[in-house]
Design a protein. Structure first.
Length: 446
């Protein structure tokens, strides 16, 4: 705390002096013109009240901490407890005003925050001026007060003009915003209409697509069904022709008939695959749920795959399922899915092994993993191999038979069983297909 000024308030002219000193001190501690008038007016109001109560001693100082101008007016006589109009007016002009009563006297403390700690040299100069100059006469102070009043009135007029201008600007801006809002609303409405129309078109197209897909499935189902009978006949007849019981054929004829027989067989495989796929797509495959004997199912797979055979140097391992793993599903469809994956594994593996592992997947799921050490699938084709008829071109692929329908069919079947198939593969190192199924399907009515 730095003391700036002490003065006494005993007679009427002291009030004018206090007012003048207040303004000077306020200026010296760095308050602007308006704040100087505020401090002077507050002191003038309080000074008059304290003079009526017998006079007061005044101390003005600067507080550091948050910098502030603090003024203390210690009354000689008692002050009324209740707030007076003078105190209320003064309180509005400063940041804080407090009155403490003790021993028949009162201390009024008021403070105003300062923008920064004042320069000590300015305070010293002020102290020196105060010590050497005589306060102005009441007339001078009145003149100064008038000047402040005129300045304050000017300020009020300026502010009112500013306000009028701001109001006009605000009104203009509001109108602009309203226009913009209107435009945006109109645009939004138009966009919405467009989106609605687009959705309607999309719905239309979806319906058309669904109809086209259903027509395709129906066509495939019908045509494959129709083709099966003549194909079976061709296969049977060509086998009969080469049979020992028939008339012997020339070597050339045997070759040609064998060719007919093999071609018809390949065609039958394709037709059967197409028929299966069309059925699955058309939703005609209703699973028959039953508790699956995994040991039996995997045993049957072992038998079927052994009949197909693997290349020399490739081992087919079908691991026993974990004991007590209960799975409810459609045995025929699940067997078909696993057969397709194992057949692929065997087809596309030249050395190493193809392994099927069955395991629990959390409390409600089961996984069947078919992992091979074969040629693998490039990352950019791992999605495409599930598309109808998609086959990867390559040296090994050219030597094996296939329709490109095995994986799409397997994925559809897994879907019908309430699960799905994923693949992970590294080109040249092998592939792992994982079938995930619920242990007990939600669709099971029993
Ligand atoms: P395909 O009758 O040709 O086997 P799929 O739909 O079963 O038809 O498989 C599509 C293609 O995916 C295959 O032609 C092959 O290129 C690739 N593929 C499938 N399984 C494997 C695998 N285990 N290893 C490498 N490539 C595979």
């Amino acid at each position: 705390m730095t003391e700036v000024l002490r003065s006494a308030l005993r007679v009427e002219p002291d009030v004018f002096a206090l007012r003048q000193r207040g303004r000077e001190v306020a200026a010296a501690v760095g308050l602007d013109g308006q704040d100087q008038v505020r401090i002077a007016t507050a002191l003038s109001e309080l000074g008059r009240e304290l003079l009526a109560a017998g006079g007061a001693d005044v101390l003005m100082s600067v507080l550091d901490g948050p910098p502030a101008l603090a003024i203390e007016l210690r009354s000689i006589g008692p002050l009324p407890d209740a707030a007076t109009p003078a105190r209320a007016a003064a309180a509005r002009l400063v940041d804080t005003l407090a009155v403490a009563h003790a021993d028949g006297a009162a201390v009024v403390r008021l403070a105003r925050r300062l923008p920064a700690l004042p320069d000590p040299a300015a305070l010293a100069a002020l102290r020196a001026t105060v010590a050497t100059t005589v306060p102005a006469t009441p007339l001078d102070e009145l003149a100064a007060q008038n000047e402040s009043l005129i300045a304050a009135l000017d300020e009020v007029r300026r502010q009112r003009n500013d306000l009028t201008r701001l109001n006009a600007e605000l009104q203009e801006t509001n109108q602009g915003v309203l226009v913009l809002y209107g435009q945006l609303s109109a645009e939004l409405e138009e966009t919405n209409r467009g989106v609605v129309a687009l959705y309607a078109e999309l719905d239309d197209k979806t319906a058309q697509l669904r109809a086209a897909s259903a027509a395709k499935s129906r066509f495939l189902a019908n045509i494959s069904h129709e083709l099966r009978a003549p194909l079976t006949a061709v296969i049977g007849l060509s086998r009969m022709l080469t049979d020992h019981a028939s008339d012997p054929l020339s070597a050339d004829q045997v070759t040609q008939v064998t060719l007919i027989h093999d071609s018809a067989r390949s065609l039958l495989v394709l037709v059967n695959d197409l028929l299966d796929l069309a059925k699955a797509e058309a939703g005609h495959l209703e699973p028959t749920w039953s508790d699956i004997d995994l040991v039996l199912l995997l045993g049957q797979l072992r038998g079927t795959l052994r009949a197909i055979g693997t290349r020399p140097g490739v081992e087919l391992v079908i691991e026993d399922p974990p004991a007590g793993l209960a799975v409810r599903s459609d045995e025929a469809l699940l067997g078909q899915v696993l057969r397709n994956l194992l057949t692929n594994g065997v087809k596309f593996t030249e050395r190493g092994e193809v392994r099927l592992i069955c395991a629990a997947d959390g409390p409600d799921g089961v996984t069947f993993t078919v992992a091979d050490t074969g040629i693998g699938i490039p990352a950019d084709q791992q999605d495409r191999i599930f598309e109808d008829f998609y086959q990867i071109r390559g040296e090994l692929q050219a030597t094996v038979t296939g329709t490109g329908l095995g994986l799409p069919y397997a994925r559809r079947l897994a879907g019908i069983l309430g699960g799905g198939i994923t693949v992970a593969s590294t080109s040249g190192a092998g592939s792992t297909f994982t079938v995930r199924l619920p242990r007990s399907p939600a669709a099971d009515p029993t």
